[in-house]
Design a protein around this ligand. Structure first.
Ligand code: URP
Ligand code: ZN
Ligand code: ZN
Length: 464
């Protein structure tokens, strides 16, 4: 059924104006004042509301075998949570472990989403081993539309690659015109520091941060940038958490290295004291890179406002309390990660735009448009324009509420943001013209979500 979104304030990464939006056959077909509504059109009154392009979360884990267990969501719970929270496209990390066959796992990851997801999705393909057979598979995977890689410089012997494998991955990426996303920490230093802390009886979650200090992340970021510079590949630092790592990325960018930066929701709002909380409370807040000294938050917000941080993702990774308790006697055994897919838009809107200095245009850019551009989805996604997919978020800035595990859709028995106030929420959310959220509630169809095939070269990652 055609849809007319009437009289909303349209906000894109560059513009802000009041107009109607007409949608037919999955795309936006007209934008303007007082558009006609032919018979059979559903009209949504967006007066007093903001209309954003569907938000894109560039860093999500759904199926994740990790640290002896599995993250809890499936595509039903994750895509429901994404949509209720205003995210219409998610990019999941497909993460085979080092010993597994990349192509076999890629098929498994894809099968988990197909026919079930309510939002659109695509993948970053993790390269966790580099050999001739894997290289041939990676070429096929890129040809299948998965036009970005992921490497881990941490998680030794599991997801982690060594410098030689990083070099080979970047050379291949350069040849194919794909962007490489990277978890930047020094695996050897993390491993040594972990062993020393545990041997000294420092086993609680508050020791997770000292085992991966800021310099260890800065080293990983510097090394990744040096390898990008040497190979000419384009890179994207995931979940950057602190000032020294940011300085490393910006210094590389200033000398012409093609490097983009993502920071994730928890690092803007939480700090390392959360992991020092009593009992199971502290375990909830263990993630990598770890929550940092509070002073880093102001640095991240300023860099976000300045556009030095390109995107904001979540690194959504839901492990419930029983799983977190696997590490009650040793912080090295706590499954790393925290849920956030449902909360990113509302919390960044509240503490960035409503109560902070983040402009609405930069908010849209960082949470949608930049990711679309970096990962080969633009202008189909990340934009409100004639011809773009009708992925729209009609946002109610007058809504007042609070985050709670009791009401969330993510499959996790806690929220790291329990009780935190929000100043707004998505009222109506469409995915390619279909209303999937109405009045803030999921009313959607599972299986409506499409696998988005992306074609290299993606922006900046020119082949040759
Ligand atoms: O702690 C985290 N970030 N867990 C998920 C895996 C990763 O490093 O992205
Ligand atoms: Zn990571
Ligand atoms: Zn991650």
């Amino acid at each position: 059924m055609p849809l007319l979104i009437r009289n909303g304030e349209i906000v894109t990464s560059t513009d802000r104006y009041v107009a109607d939006i007409f949608i037919a056959d999955e795309t936006v077909t007209a934008i303007g004042p007082s558009l006609p509504a032919p018979g059979g059109t559903e009209v949504i009154d967006a007066t007093g509301k903001l209309v954003f392009p569907g938000f894109i979360d560039p860093h999500v884990h759904i199926h994740l075998p990790f640290m002896g267990t599995f993250a809890k969501d499936d595509y039903r719970t994750a895509s429901t949570a994404a949509l209720v929270g205003g995210t219409t496209t998610l990019i999941e990390m497909c993460c085979p472990s080092r010993g597994e066959d990349a192509m076999e796992q890629y098929r498994i990851w894809k099968a988990k989403a197909a026919g079930l997801s309510a939002c659109d999705y695509t993948f970053h393909m993790a390269v966790t081993r580099y050999d001739a057979a894997t290289e041939a598979q990676l070429r096929e995977i890129v040809a299948d539309g998965t036009a970005s890689f992921k490497i881990f410089l941490s998680y030794k012997n599991f997801f982690g690659v060594d410098d030689g494998e990083m070099y080979q991955t970047l050379k291949l990426a350069r040849e194919l015109g794909v962007i490489v996303t990277a978890h930047c920490e020094n695996a050897e230093l993390v491993s040594r520091l972990q062993q020393e802390l545990i041997a000294a009886g420092k086993t609680g979650p508050e020791w997770h941060e000292p085992s991966r200090p800021e310099v260890v992340e800065a080293e990983g970021t510097t090394r990744f940038a040096t390898f990008l510079e040497t190979t000419g590949a384009t890179g994207y630092v995931v979940h950057l958490s602190c000032e020294p790592a940011l300085q490393a990325a910006l210094a590389a960018r200033a000398r012409g290295v093609k490097i983009a930066v993502e920071s994730v929701l928890p690092h803007f709002l939480l700090d390392k004291t959360y992991a020092a909380r009593e009992g199971v409370e502290g375990l909830k807040y263990v993630m990598s890179p770890p929550l940092r000294e509070k002073r880093n938050q102001a640095v991240l917000w300023a860099a976000l406002e300045a556009g030095e941080i390109d995107t904001v993702g979540t690194d959504h990774c839901p492990f419930d309390l029983e799983q977190k308790l696997l590490g009650k006697d040793a912080f090295t055994l706590i499954p790393n990660g925290i849920p956030g897919l449902e909360d990113r838009v509302n919390l960044m809107y509240t503490y960035g735009v409503s109560r902070g200095g983040l402009s609405l245009n930069r908010f849209v850019d960082a949470l949608s448009t930049r990711a679309a551009k970096l990962f080969g989805l633009y202008p189909r996604k990340g934009e409100i324009a004639v011809g773009s997919d009708a992925d729209l978020v009609v946002y109610d800035p007058a809504y007042r509420g609070a985050i709670s595990a009791k009401t969330q859709h993510m499959n996790c028995d806690y929220s790291g943001f329990e009780g935190v106030a929000i100043d707004g929420r998505p009222d109506v959310v469409t995915v390619r013209g279909r209303v999937q959220v109405r009045g803030g509630a999921f009313v959607g169809e599972y299986g409506h979500g499409e696998f988005l095939r992306r074609k290299p070269p993606v922006e900046g990652a020119n082949a040759g």
